[in-house]
Design a protein around this ligand. Sequence first.
Ligand SMILES: [Zn+2]
Ligand SMILES: [Zn+2]
Length: 215
Amino acid sequence: MPELSTREASPAPAVQVCIKCGIEKPINQFHKDRQNIGGRSRRCKACAAQHYAENRESAALYRKIYYAENRESEALYYQAHKDKKQAYSKLYHIEHKQDIARRMVKHSHTVAGYVVRLWDSLNRRTVNGSHPRYDAPQCCRYLDRGIRLEMTREDLTAKVEENLAAIQAVWASGESVHCHRIGPSIHYSADNIVFVSESKHHKLHARQRTHNEDE
Ligand SMILES: [Zn+2]
Ligand SMILES: [Zn+2]
């Protein structure tokens, strides 16, 4: 190809052959370029323009692709980061909740904790209790029958302590402890209550359904 590029050292050749298209063209059809022998670009203006246009197009396309890819990966990065953060916070919440639940269970599974709750519950459902709840249907079942609380808080505490092994066995099984009256028509007294698991309690009442008794 470089056949005519050095057409003798004649100062100003009238024509030049383009290295791109191979066409011999008047010298003014080549851009001035001092770095080249003869002071002209070896590519004709038309070929140079085409090359520039093609290059510009592909450069633009390249930029487009690059930004598109970058934007996507950036979005993916943030999404992944967000997901990770959310996953962490979710995990924290779950663990935190379990921790609270564990602490609550731990507290309620003590004589003091259990007595507090049971004493409150008995005072809600007995006519002589400290705060009988006539507005609560659950309590009215007892209140309507005139069920009384015939023991002190100390009596109840002693009774719970006395039956602690059985109560703890129910807790260990994962069930809740129910306070059941042996004689359905007898009031809440230390001699008339037993502590049973929820499931056993339901069985007891299924057996004595005629008494229309609960808890
Ligand atoms: Zn050309
Ligand atoms: Zn019962």
